[in-house]
Design a protein around this ligand. Sequence first.
Ligand code: AGP
Length: 587
Amino acid sequence: MCGIIGYIGKKQAAPILLDGLKRLEYRGYDSAGMATVSGGIILKKDAGKIGEINSKLDFLGLRGNIGIAHTRWATHGGVTKENAHPHFSNTREIAVVHNGIIENYQELREFLVSNGFTFYSETDTEVIPNLIEYFMRNRSFEDSVKETLKKLEGSYAIVVLNENENKLIAARKDSPLVVGIGDNEYFVASDIPAFLEHTKKVVYLYEKDLVVLDSDVRVFNLDKDSFVKRPISDIEWNLEQVKKGNFEHFMLKEITEQTETIRKAVENNGKLIKEVADLVKKAKGIYFVACGSSYHACLSASYKFSSVAGMHVNVALASEFSNFKDFIIPESLVIAVSQSGETADVLGAVRAAKEKGAKIISIVNVFGSSLTRESDSALMMNSGPEICVLSTKTYTSQLAILTLLAYAIAGKYEEGKRKLKDLINYIYYLTSASARHHIKKLSEKLKKKEHIYLIGRGLQYPTSLEAALKIKEVSYIHAEGFAGGELKHGTIALIEKGTPCIVFTSEKTEKEVLSNAAELKARGAYIIGVGARKNELFDFFIKVRESEEANSICQIIPIQILAYQLAMLRGCNPDKPRNLAKSVTVK
Ligand code: AGP
């Protein structure tokens, strides 16, 4: 889940690569490196954040109009200078940056060692430049890259630099890669924000595409074994959207953007949502597949499909889907939900379902992503780029679209739309400075806590799971969400004097969940109530008006803000939490 970028053109590559790398840092940030061609290949890399490494090594000192760079999320080999990318071939004629996992790297390594190659890192990636060098013993550069890719098993997005050729070669399989078309210059990167400053003209590379960038752009497909034409698309995003603006962090910026993103989710796609509703009604078996926050949105949808549309749906963690795929038939409908559209487990589940003949509908935020291409139709969320690793605005956008879908299935699309539109001004209040000020009092109380428990019943159960995830991801406090009814079956053993417990209430579930709150209080818990009505059981109360099916949208926002504030108070970086990355492109 690394970020890779390449540049070839008339300008100095290093400044462009450095800016691009910073815009890709949400993809991984434990080490970084850059290489350009000036005479031979000059390479600089180290462990640490890009800013720290740059002030130590001065990437801008690298000269040349062609170069590659990488920011890492370690999979194979520890976080060290040697394991950072780019990786050289033994003669240093070739350098490669890679995002993905080469599953057969040990076998390829043994083959290369037996052919006289030496390895300097623990990574899977280092086999790639050496294999290219091996094949270049009797092939051209391009043919050697093609030959190398045929030998690789697993996932890759790579960019290859050759000290003797004024060209870049890049390729992808199961990892995202997009080309930027500039004025006499070309960019290739894991994601569009990396070069959005320079061009809005992009070419999305398909599975097994290889692109050669020199004075032109030529795309070759390894499966078709021929050159192919790929369309040039114009990006609607603007640079401001990938900048923090007046906000200290993307997380807070994106939390406050929810007034706009929910409006966009509600106002677009009407025709397609109704078409999908018809598909859902005709299908024999509905399966939601997703990971992380998107999975919580699907779980929330299963409650709404039941309450609004009287429909049962299956919800599977994408990484567990293979255990249920035998129930998939050609009449089944799989709804895959993913902000990035590149999550490997979701793509794996979708491909398994397609093999069984199922129809695939996806709900995605990133245009041109693999999932949009591999779906029969894609409902775009139009939330704009989400840079913070944590999903906030895209989570509520998914909830809004799924709520609309439930109403459309029930033949009450306009009613659903009206209910969600009525929320928009209220969401403006929930993300406002005065709402944040109130929550700050709670953050101060909880900043030293090491455990927080969250309960909800019905629709509030998935909300408690998502709320726990937000707190865990960014403040590193152990937080656990669970269904209120499960409390007495074990977890209550963990409750002691002062243990903070967040209790989500609603008109439908208030009576039962307050009994749970009373059981917690009886063991000394500090009760934080989130809902429409205050109660004497609450030691702290966050008022969120009753919004029925839309409670899932309104009630998560105060906890997104709480998580952000806890991160700040505990000195954690809200945008780049440790050990995480925005898009999980490996299984
Ligand atoms: C949520 O804050 C995390 N970033 C993570 O759990 C995320 O939801 C998960 O990786 C799924 O990502 P996707 O929606 O891009 O598929």
